[in-house]
Write a protein that binds this ligand. Structure first.
Ligand code: MG
Length: 174
């Protein structure tokens, strides 16, 4: 198994759409960035890539590349999932903490959880969505996301034919 960690921050700007975890939320301000500024999807993408030591979001999607201007961050997450799949892993669970002054995320947590679960191909009860306000941090004009992810080796056909003893040995190694 592998563990991954991701972190991201984006600045609030008036009049932009606000997207968190692939869900658009009603708010006066949105998150500025080269892409759609989805701070949670960016941190999840980095956590996935970090878990398989495949670099980070900028490795695959450089911010100076005009193709990703205003891009839907789901594209980045899907690319990271493809890397995870190719490396022979699948997501077991993900946990996240968002730090932002406004808007209150708890009314939207279930919707964000369901969307992230769908994107990661796991059950909603394997997606932790937590939110805090930035007490004493002076970051009221930013949204910050911290994410950890656990990956498990995918079973494939040759491995499915392995003996129980070989599975036990491999399990100990992973
Ligand atoms: Mg970002």
């Amino acid at each position: 198994m592998r563990i991954g960690y991701g972190w991201d921050s984006h600045e609030f700007k008036k009049g932009l759409p606000l997207k968190v975890g692939g869900v658009e939320l009603e708010h006066t301000h949105g998150l500025a960035g080269h892409s759609d500024g989805d701070v949670l999807l960016h941190a999840i993408t980095d956590a996935l890539l970090g878990a398989i030591a495949a670099g980070d979001i900028g490795t695959f999607f450089p911010s100076e590349d005009a193709r990703w201007k205003g891009a839907d961050s789901v594209v980045f997450l899907r690319a990271a999932m493809e890397q995870v799949h190719r490396a022979g892993y699948m997501v077991a669970n993900v946990d996240s903490t968002l730090i932002l002054a406004e808007p209150k995320l708890s009314p939207h947590a279930k919707k964000i959880q369901a969307r992230v679960a769908e994107l990661l191909r796991i059950e909603p009860n394997c997606v932790g969505i937590k939110a805090k306000t930035p007490e004493g941090m002076g970051t009221d004009n930013a949204a910050i996301a911290h994410v950890t992810v656990l990956l498990l080796r995918r079973a494939n056909k040759p491995r499915a034919r392995m003996t129980a003893a070989a599975h036990a040995k491999r399990g100990a190694r992973d």
